[in-house]
Ligand binder design. Structure first.
Ligand code: S3P
Length: 437
């Protein structure tokens, strides 16, 4: 570690992944657990909460709006719900750091609160598109200012009332869907979102868990404003997006045999399992069970020779956060892997198509970026230095790549790994990755 803001990973080549481990709690579910717990009537107890910077940004935002929250401590959080109308205007802007989910979901939740509030973020988040939420919110009657480029800071002005809309989403985005459904809680009449492809449905599941009626018909989710949430207890499963680094690592490192315990396997999140299996990965799904309305399982992983594939486009939204790790799998596979239909990767925490292609090329792989994906020829990874551009998932993906590299890999700008996966270095090292920071 150089300083608190500048962390590099150094990963020696080779090794295999073994043993059993539990990755931290699901990021998407952790964000939502705070939001719904805060708006509920009664006390919500959460276990398995992700103590990463992104979910903590959401937690702190609600503290700034007057909600009493105890923890997190060992993944336990207790929220004294204030009810739908109980939030107070924060004294300062709400700074949500690197977290797109906090910014886009809060934007909807706050649009109809009746107080003024500003949302800010770090330089990466301040470059990401926000019109995808502010434009439909404006149709509902919201008054939200962005920069001329349609980015944060977002200044949310109070309005008399919001009106429900029926919105056909141009992009398959769970953040857009959730933003509008949260705004719909405060709107007159019905709010409906129709998605062009299935996206993660944690918002809908959790709303039901908190006793709010929400209908789902095909691709359309509909709710009526003016209802209430009733507090409940939540056990948050391990994050399949954090598991993805181990799914890929165990697949590519010969001799690996790893058990990941208590991983969320919501059908809208399992694209990474489907894609890796099609590439020839050995993934066993064991002990399927339910944890608070979300399906959970243990995943038994063993190494195998992967083969290149044309990734089915219908799997893209179901694996949207896992492509950095999947590109490493493709680099280690026999033959060519082609990804199309994934232009959304260009507006994540970094431009994940360009940044991953640059890193793979630096490590000797033939990786050609395209406007909406990448073409990768499997080959021999060599050692070298790659820049993660402050993107947590890029940093962890190149760390895992060292399992199959011929030389040491150094990854720069890794501090943001803490946004989604605090403890990654020690957990990965414990399983066999030769990593130091
Ligand atoms: C998320 C939705 C996805 C995902 C993000 C978390 C969520 O974003 O990439 O990490 O919790 O709703 P998009 O909705 O922009 O695809």
């Amino acid at each position: 570690m150089n300083s608190s803001n500048s962390i590099d990973f150094h990963v020696k080549p080779g090794g295999r992944l073994q043993g059993r481990l539990r990755v931290p709690g699901d990021k998407s579910i952790s964000h939502r657990s705070i939001m719904f717990g805060a708006l509920a009537e009664g006390v919500t107890h959460i276990t398995g909460f992700l103590e990463g910077d992104d979910a903590l940004a959401t937690l702190n935002a609600f503290r700034q709006m007057g909600v009493r929250i105890e923890g997190p401590e060992g993944g336990r959080v207790t929220i004294q719900g204030v009810g739908m109308q109980g939030l107070k205007a924060p004294k300062e802007p709400l700074d949500v750091g690197n977290s797109g989910t906090s910014m886009r979901l809060l934007c909807g939740l706050l649009a109809g609160q009746g107080f003024e509030v500003t949302l800010t973020g770090d330089s990466s988040l301040s470059g990401r598109p926000m019109r995808r939420v502010t434009a439909p919110l404006a149709k509902m009657g919201a008054n939200i200012e962005t920069t001329a480029a349609g980015t944060a800071p977002l200044v949310i002005h109070p309005v008399d009332h919001l009106q429900g809309i029926d919105y056909q989403m141009p992009v398959a985005s769970a953040q857009v869907k959730s933003c509008l459904l949260l705004a719909g809680l405060y709107a007159q009449g019905q709010t409906s979102t129709t998605e062009p492809a299935p996206t993660r449905d944690h918002t809908e599941r959790m709303m039901r868990g908190f006793g709010y009626e929400i209908q789902r018909e095909g691709a359309t989710a509909t709710l009526t404003g003016g209802g209430r949430f009733v507090a409940c207890d939540l056990d948050i499963p391990g994050d399949i997006s954090s598991s993805a680094f181990f799914l890929v690592g165990a697949a590519i490192a010969e001799g690996s045999d790893l058990l990941l315990e208590h991983v969320g396997i919501n059908p809208t999140r399992i694209g990474v399992i489907n894609i890796l299996r099609e590439m020839g990965a050995d993934i066993e799904v064991l002990n399927q069970r339910d944890a608070g309305g979300e399906p959970v399982a243990d995943l038994h992983l063993r190494s195998s020779q992967l083969k290149g594939i044309k990734i089915p486009e219908d799997q893209v939204p179901l694996a949207i956060d896992e492509f950095p790790a999947l590109f490493i799998a493709a680099a280690c596979a026999k033959g060519e892997t082609i990804l199309t239909g994934a232009e959304e990767l260009r507006v994540k925490e970094s431009d994940r198509i360009q940044v991953m292609a640059d890193g793979l090329v630096a490590l000797g792989i033939d990786a050609r970026p395209t406007p909406d994906g990448m073409i990768i020829q499997g080959g021999q990874l060599k050692g070298g230095t790659v820049d993660s551009h402050g993107d947590h998932r890029i940093a962890m993906s190149f760390a895992i790549a060292a399992l199959r590299a011929s030389g040491e890999i150094t990854i720069t700008d890794c501090a943001n790994v803490n946004t989604s996966f605090p403890g990654f270095v020690s957990l990965a090292a414990g399983a066999g990755l030769k990593i130091t920071s």
